[in-house]
Design a protein around this ligand. Structure first.
Ligand code: SAM
Length: 483
């Protein structure tokens, strides 16, 4: 099946985007909403959708000051134990807001909510509602129910814990996204069915479910109508996307990328976070054809040792990963690669760690999210014996970070004299005559320019390296304004 089969989806998506109902209620006074977001980009996306939703349903306006909020929501992460513990320490701080004003409403959502459920209210009785990543669209009902509960006798109060996994219905109940700026996240699938032995995601976010193709395209069309030029497609296993089309076919991730690249206004496409097993030949071919697809790939591998990968139940070897990256670099020699590494996984001895370090040097990573293994309750790996001392793990982690940081600095330095494509995003805070934008490889680029150019792409020749993440250059070419 070729991508042409799905092209009518783009015009259908345009129609859907322009026919979204306006759910805004004008009969309610402004109230303040504070959302604290922990964890991944999917949580960031979910938080922005919660704000859109409660803005439309109850007129809530976001505040950055928890002290003035009427509703405080914590969107939590349970990927590592440290993140999980942060929830209760932060809730302890929120308690005083409720003591000062008993009408303040406190809600806990996200993966810790999914995992802990009613335990949250047992540990923090002042929490009013608990909702999961798949039930955040029910927040307006939970808030209304909370009001009704206040007036009801104890025996008639309804539980405000909703951490079920309804089959991806949440997107049907969320309003059109509102964005400021030129970049936006778009969640295209939820959950993960890979069941890596260390990971809680299948238990907290559920199994993989893809959003229907037309819904994804409609959301992107609507974002471009608000000025967005760069989208980051999100999913815990994003390249495993298999979205149903209008007439019941299945569109895979590479086909989706081709369709997104045809949406007028889209100048850049990123995605995160992907899995090596789903990194298909079709996807490599998309890199050959689609200039909007950035030369920057985040492809988690977790370890450079086959023995550790097997214990992690990754179902691939390092050779599989190396082969895919080699083929990708044939079509995109300038590809910048980033990854996730888990250090100190049970069974990682000196030999396995040395293999990981060598692998990192060979693949020449530009960036990584590397953390010491954290035992997660209920995961198969939590049963594995782990006899590596914590301080050995810490030394290993800093070695990994050092190697990757050095390679990242080299890559920034290599930009000197090169011409890069930049999305111009804002005026520089420090230099009144300069603008700031981002390059494909995520480096910030500053250059002298006119603020009317913001939101356009430009070709910039790099003339100075300011720091590991900031370079400076001169304008060579400015994208023409579309009519
Ligand atoms: N698609 C990704 C993959 O291929 O693994 C999954 C992304 S996962 C939700 C986010 C990252 O969190 C993982 O890549 C892993 O490095 C890290 N992570 C997950 N569980 C962990 C654990 N128990 N301890 C430390 N890091 C963990």
């Amino acid at each position: 099946m070729t991508v042409q089969t799905f092209v009518p989806s783009i015009s259908r998506a345009t129609e859907i985007a322009s026919s979204q109902p306006d759910l805004a209620r004008t009969d309610v006074p402004v109230k303040r909403l504070y959302i604290e977001t922990q964890g991944c980009q999917m949580n960031e996306y979910d938080s922005s959708r919660m704000a859109d939703l409660l803005g439309d349903s109850h007129g809530y306006v976001l505040t950055s000051d928890p002290g003035e909020a009427d509703v405080l929501l914590m969107n939590t992460c349970s990927i590592r134990e440290k993140a999980q513990e942060k929830v209760f320490s932060e809730l302890g701080r929120w308690r005083k807001f409720k003591e000062a004003n008993p009408n303040v409403i406190i809600g806990v959502g996200g993966c810790v909510a999914s995992q802990e459920g009613e335990v949250i209210q047992k540990r923090a009785s002042y929490v009013d509602m608990v909702f999961g990543p798949q039930t955040l669209h029910r927040l307006p009902q939970l808030l209304d129910q909370h009001q009704e509960n206040k007036a009801a006798p104890k025996s008639q109060k309804i539980s405000l814990i909703d951490i079920s996994f309804p089959d991806i219905e949440k997107f049907d109940f969320l309003p059109e996204p509102k964005v400021e700026g030129y970049k936006a996240f778009v969640s295209i699938m939820e959950g993960c069915s890979k069941y890596c032995s260390f990971c809680v995601v299948p238990y907290t976010r559920g199994e993989e479910v893809s959003r229907p193709l037309d819904d994804v395209l409609a959301e992107i069309v609507s974002l471009t109508e608000q000025g967005v030029r760069e989208v980051t497609l999100l999913g815990q296993n994003v390249n495993g996307y298999r979205g149903e089309t209008f007439d019941g076919d299945i569109c895979n991730f590479a086909q989706l990328l081709r369709l997104v690249s045809e949406i007028p206004g889209i100048g850049r496409i990123r995605y995160t976070t992907s899995h090596p097993l789903e990194f298909s030949d079709d996807l490599i071919a998309a890199y050959a054809d689609l200039p909007q697809l950035v030369s920057h790939l985040h492809l988690p591998v977790q370890s450079g040792s086959n023995a550790v990968l097997a214990a992690m139940k990754r179902n691939h070897t390092i050779d599989v990963y190396i082969d895919k990256i080699a083929r990708l670099r044939q079509v995109r020699p300038d590809m910048h690669l980033s990854s996730d590494f888990i250090i100190g996984f049970p069974g990682e001895g000196d030999t396995e760690f040395a293999e990981t370090l060598q692998f990192i040097k060979d693949l020449d990573f530009d960036h990584s999210y590397s953390f010491i293994y954290s035992k997660r309750p209920g995961t198969p790996a939590s049963e594995l014996p782990d006899d590596t001392p914590e301080d050995v793990k810490k030394v290993r982690l800093s070695q990994v970070k050092d190697v990757i940081k050095r390679s990242s600095i080299d890559k920034t330095n290599a930009m000197l004299g090169q011409t890069v494509r930049v999305l111009i995003e804002k005026p520089s805070d420090r230099h009144h005559d300069m603008l700031i934008g981002s390059a494909d490889n995520t480096r910030l680029v500053q250059f002298v320019g006119d603020s009317r150019w913001i939101g356009r792409f430009a070709e910039i020749k790099i003339t100075q390296i300011r720091s590991m993440n900031l370079v400076e250059g001169e304008l060579l070419n400015l994208e023409a304004l579309s009519s």
